[in-house]
Design a protein around this ligand. Structure first.
Ligand SMILES: Cc1cc2nc3c(=O)[nH]c(=O)nc-3n(C[C@H](O)[C@H](O)[C@H](O)COP(=O)(O)OP(=O)(O)OC[C@H]3O[C@@H](n4cnc5c(N)ncnc54)[C@H](O)[C@@H]3O)c2cc1C
Length: 467
């Protein structure tokens, strides 16, 4: 029995850890991922030293049964557990945990450091094709490919899209290193990705003006210096969540936020209910949420580490960083610069302006229908995956199984990570992903003979480790 996991980021690595701990001998877990950020992923492998986690260290254990594991691995003091540590450190931790799980596993774990470019049905299983032309058979496949490579911003002309003055993926290939310190920058996005970009530019001593643009001009809010005290949601909110009544949930939360000592407690209290709420929300209500509420929810939910927020505020105070509400309509490369057309929020006027570099920082791309990613294009064309109508990834059922274009579940093809947003919405960060990885591992191993009979067996050294 071979289970192939495509994508060795957080989700793929944690699923491999869960399988390694619990699968019996005879199971071959193959973790296929690109070499550059193998066993770390984009967030924790492609980061720079100045990029911080946006979750306190105490809650970041890789597996759902042991949230303190990361802090324990670092032997952090009680006080240090509430700190926001560099993401690269978390990458080291993930890598170490995967290695340790492989060492004690009864199953065989193999790693393939290659991009998977196509997957096709073969008998009751699949054939997995690699970028170097190799291929192998697999009984089950889990797609844990993370968010999709960002597509060019709407309005960006073809010449600009391939020019160094357009940075479409700020984490890739150290893209920001070639930005001139005096360059006038336009960043599209005002959330965590923008904060990453600005933090790096600041570290590099950037002197030129920076404008960050988004539809509402909402900057991510900051974590408090201390964790927000937990609150219990009142019955009215719980009932509204249970009844999938979006309007009532919003109304009640607005009222409560004026009463509770720290609004962050409310967001944190709603979060555990978000997946069940989203599942029951009709498509029209989901669309309404995305149109009107998403920017507000994301600014409150995806918060900045306090020190990052201080840096951003310092740049705003000097006037070097300007946050602007509006829409980029068009961007072209003209006469050695970037010419942009922007409509400010609430204005009917379109302004033409010039900058030197345009940076896309609009967050996770889950638009499966339009992505040019080779594997996703292959699965789209073969019909094994179907797009969510709202652009939130792919259609799956409650068992993480892909639903094909013909509406039927594809037995043996599973999805894990941000592409599950269509089904779960709140599925992009460590706390939710580790729970999903555990549930999927259980399911994959649920056909009795695949799982170890008892946890005690997990401690036995493996003879078949290939990590
Ligand atoms: C910059 C950034 C910072 C973040 N910070 C935090 C944080 O502080 N705390 C938090 O909880 N969450 C954070 N997140 C959210 C983050 O999405 C999750 O924590 C988690 O890392 C997602 O893991 P993933 O495995 O689903 O995706 P990824 O980490 O993106 O991993 C997917 C992997 O699959 C690989 N891949 C893709 N296609 C293929 C293919 N065809 N073949 C082989 N390999 C492939 C990719 O190269 C990548 O290595 C952050 C996200 C980003 C982007």
């Amino acid at each position: 029995m071979r289970i192939t996991i495509v994508g060795a980021g957080f989700s793929g690595s944690v699923l491999a850890i869960e399988l390694a701990r619990n699968a019996a001998s005879g199971v071959d877990v193959c973790l296929a991922g690109v070499a550059g950020n193998y066993a770390r992923g984009v967030a924790y492998g492609d980061a720079r030293p100045e990029h911080l986690l946006n979750v306190r260290a105490r809650q970041l254990g890789a597996t759902a049964d042991y949230p303190a594991d990361f802090a324990d691995w670092l032997s952090l003091t009680e006080k240090a557990r509430d700190r926001f540590l560099p993401r690269l450190v978390y990458g080291e931790y993930l890598h170490a945990r995967l290695h340790a799980a492989a060492e004690i596993s009864q199953a065989s774990l193999s790693r393939v450091k290659q991009e998977v470019i196509a997957i096709e049905r073969a008998g009751n299983g699949f054939r997995v094709h690699l970028a170097d032309g190799g291929a192998f058979a697999s009984d089950q496949v889990v797609l844990a490919v993370g968010a999709l490579p960002p597509q060019a911003l709407t309005g960006v002309g073809p010449r600009l899209a391939v020019h160094p003055s357009y940075i479409g993926w700020p984490w890739q290939d150290r893209a920001l290193e070639n930005v001139d310190a005096n360059a006038r920058l336009l960043i599209v996005g005002t959330g965590l990705t923008m904060a990453d970009v600005v933090t790096t530019l600041r570290r590099r001593g950037h002197r030129g003006p920076i404008t960050a643009l988004s539809r509402h001009g909402l900057l991510s809010r900051a974590h408090g210096d201390e964790p927000a005290p937990p609150v219990a949601l009142p019955p009215t909110v719980l009932q509204a969540l249970h009844q999938h009544d979006l309007r009532e949930v919003v109304r009640a939360l607005r009222t409560l936020s004026a009463i509770v000592p720290d609004w962050r407690s409310l967001v944190d209290a709603v979060r555990p209910h978000a997946q069940a709420f989203w599942r029951g929300l009709p498509m029209a209500e989901r669309a309404r949420f995305l149109r009107h509420l998403r920017p507000h929810w994301e600014a409150a939910r995806h918060r900045l580490a306090p020190s990052v927020a201080v840096d951003i505020e310092a740049l705003r105070a000097t006037g070097q960083l300007r946050i602007r509400a509006g829409r980029l309509l068009r961007a072209r490369r003209i006469d050695g610069a970037v010419n942009v057309s922007i409509r400010d929020r609430g204005s009917s006027e379109i302004r033409n302006e010039t900058c030197d570099v345009l940076i896309r920082a609009t967050g996770l791309d889950t638009d499966f229908e339009h992505t040019p990613d080779p594997l996703m294009a292959n699965l789209r064309e073969s019909g094994l995956l179907a797009p969510d109508p709202l652009g939130l990834g792919v259609i799956t059922n409650d068992r993480f199984e892909a639903i094909a274009r013909d509406g039927r579940p594809v037995r043996g093809l599973h999805v894990l990570g941000p592409l599950l947003r269509a089904q779960l919405w709140e599925i992009t960060a460590v706390p939710e992903l580790r729970v999903a990885a555990r549930a999927l591992a259980r399911q994959l191993l649920s056909s009795g003979w695949l799982a170890t009979p008892a946890a005690a067996a997990i401690a036995m050294p493996s003879r078949r480790v290939s990590f």
